[in-house]
Design a protein around this ligand. Structure first.
Ligand code: HSE
Length: 403
């Protein structure tokens, strides 16, 4: 009898259609990895795809998948919470493994869904939810599992990195760079989750959950996007050979709490991520034993993201019946560390002149001066100390600096 792993793909959008295409194109290689032939038995979508080469696979009723004992893996590429959460719960409860690219669902409800998966002895895997085609979650949970992770920071959003790169390389304004990203299909029609840092925040939470084993809820994570990054900051930061990047960062604090936040940072020319440009993502994991390990690649897009989904299908295929699962424990606000205790240098643009900057902050590196004040980089200090020194000053821009 021919062995078969039957898969149902829910959501035939960019990623879902990529998964179906890759399974058909790379069937033999995928079968070697998974141990059995992987077959797409159903595609669930509310829309009609009559002209698709996969037209005969389409169903509109989730119950068809839920009640088919042959389906062992469900791919959820619907996105959002709503039906994606309901169908994931039901699929796991029906004893099917689920793999997904849905960072919103994983960051907000991953803890609950992983619990159901563990109870049922099936997998809930989500490699594609962070870093697109960049393998990062499996390396954290498996390859680096013998190390104590201290910090993870990364450029986790391709859209905003494309916009910032365009501002730095071509002198584009934020609005022009965003319009270009939309024309090229990098930015969504509603790019607010990217621009406002929400997408990066969700991915940061998933990294923190996996690395530190505690649920870090997006609601507790301070999130700042890139809409306020101005041409004048780009000019000042460029004079230092540095760049501005939207960074998601999570750190294990000395008291055991987990600090996590998303914000634009100034990256100095020696930083590992300073040359991560365009839609690419880059992630640095710092472990006690390993030191820094960097991951780099395409953080978005149909086939890169579909490849990550397929790696989870293969992983699930290998572990069917073994009850292997990931997980992290529930936690509330008490686990969240104070990001203002983290020490680093600061990029500041404020309505003071260079002399006053030096008096207040001690040794500073001057980047530029105009009628509105000075732009400078301070020495290393905590956010609390920086806020004290800024008292009474009208600071337009305050970004952390990563060396
Ligand atoms: N909108 C996301 C990005 C897609 O630009 O990175 C991948 O998660």
């Amino acid at each position: 009898m021919i062995q078969m792993i039957n898969v149902a793909v829910m959501g035939f959008g960019t990623v879902g259609s990529g998964v179906v295409e890759l399974i058909h194109a790379n069937g033999e290689r995928i079968a070697r990895g998974a141990g059995d032939t992987v077959r797409v038995k159903y595609v669930l979508d509310v829309r009609d795809f009559d002209n698709s080469p996969y037209a005969d696979l389409f169903v509109k009723d989730f119950a068809v998948i839920e009640n088919d004992p042959e389906v062992s893996i469900v791919v959820e590429t619907i996105g959002g919470v709503g039906v994606a959460q309901e169908f994931t719960r039901r699929a796991l409860s029906a004893g099917k493994s689920v793999v997904t690219s849905n960072k919103e669902l994983v960051s907000e409800h991953g803890c609950e869904l992983l619990k159901i998966a563990a109870e049922k002895g099936v997998c809930y895997l989500f490699e594609a939810s962070v870093g697109g085609g960049v393998p990062i979650l499996h390396p954290i949970s498996a390859c680096l599992a013998g190390d104590e992770i201290e910090e993870i920071y990364g450029i986790l959003n391709g859209t905003t990195n494309y916009i910032l790169t365009n501002m730095f390389k071509n002198g584009a304004t934020f609005d022009k760079a965003l319009a270009e990203a939309q024309e090229l299909g990098y930015a969504e029609r509603d790019p607010s989750a990217d621009i406002n840092g929400i997408d990066t925040c969700r991915k940061t939470c998933i990294l923190a959950d996996l690395a530190f084993g505690k649920n870090i809820a997006p609601d507790f994570v301070r999130t700042e996007g890139i809409a306020a990054v101005s041409a004048i900051d780009v000019e000042h930061v460029s004079t230092a050979g540095a760049s501005i990047k939207l960074i998601g960062r999570t750190v294990r604090m000395a008291d055991g709490k987990i600090a996590a936040y998303t914000a634009p940072h100034v990256l100095m020319s020696d930083n590992l991520l300073v040359n991560v440009e365009g839609v690419f993502n880059g992630i640095v994991v710092r472990g006690e034993a390993t030191g820094e390990t960097m991951f780099y690649g395409k953080g978005a897009g149909k086939l890169p993201t579909a490849t990550a989904v397929i790696s989870d299908i293969i992983e699930t295929g290998k572990t069917i019946g073994t009850g292997a699962f990931l997980g992290w424990s529930e936690a509330g606000e008490e686990i969240i560390g104070d990001t203002e205790l983290l020490e680093n240098r600061w990029y500041i643009r404020a309505n003071i002149d260079f002399d006053e900057a030096a008096v207040r902050f001690g040794q500073v590196t001057m980047l530029g001066c105009d009628e509105n004040g000075a732009a400078f980089i301070t020495g290393a200090m905590s956010g609390i100390r920086c806020a004290e020194l800024l008292e009474g000053i009208d600071a337009t821009t305050v970004y952390r600096v990563l060396e």
